[in-house]
Design a protein around this ligand. Sequence first.
Ligand SMILES: [Zn+2]
Ligand SMILES: [Zn+2]
Length: 168
Amino acid sequence: MFETALQREVEALTQQLLASAGAYFRQDPGQVVVKFDLTGKAAGMALFPHRATPVIRYNALLLTENRVDFLKRTVPHEVAHIVARRLFGRRIKPHGPEWRQVMQLFGAEASRCHNYDVSRSTRRRLQRFAYRCDCRNHELSSIRHNRVLQGQTYLCVNCKQPLVQSCE
Ligand SMILES: [Zn+2]
Ligand SMILES: [Zn+2]
């Protein structure tokens, strides 16, 4: 598939972060396959197929719409998953101390959640933000999302747990 200049930049940054982690930890970080085929609310996703090269899938639309934050946050976030898994094994928690350690090395904020508007990537007309509780996914309007940023809590009517922003 044809790659844009921005996608080539993301690909290069991915490989660069991977190499710098390998140098820092003095261990071969392995290879990663980069794709731009992710759609929906997630900005990126790290996959570990059995006996195959790990894959990072990036969301091409969210990349175009959030260029700066994507390079600063989503790319290191996903590469840190690859590195942490390679170095510390499959039993670690996805966003646990090993992953945070790699994020620290990358100088990236170790947050699970992005703040991107997912309205176009989910084909909604209104701006929506991805949230979740203990039982399912939710979408909040920008009004409610802004209230959450100001400290308001919304509870899931089903499981009664607070809604937190979704991740990746
Ligand atoms: Zn719930
Ligand atoms: Zn993650």
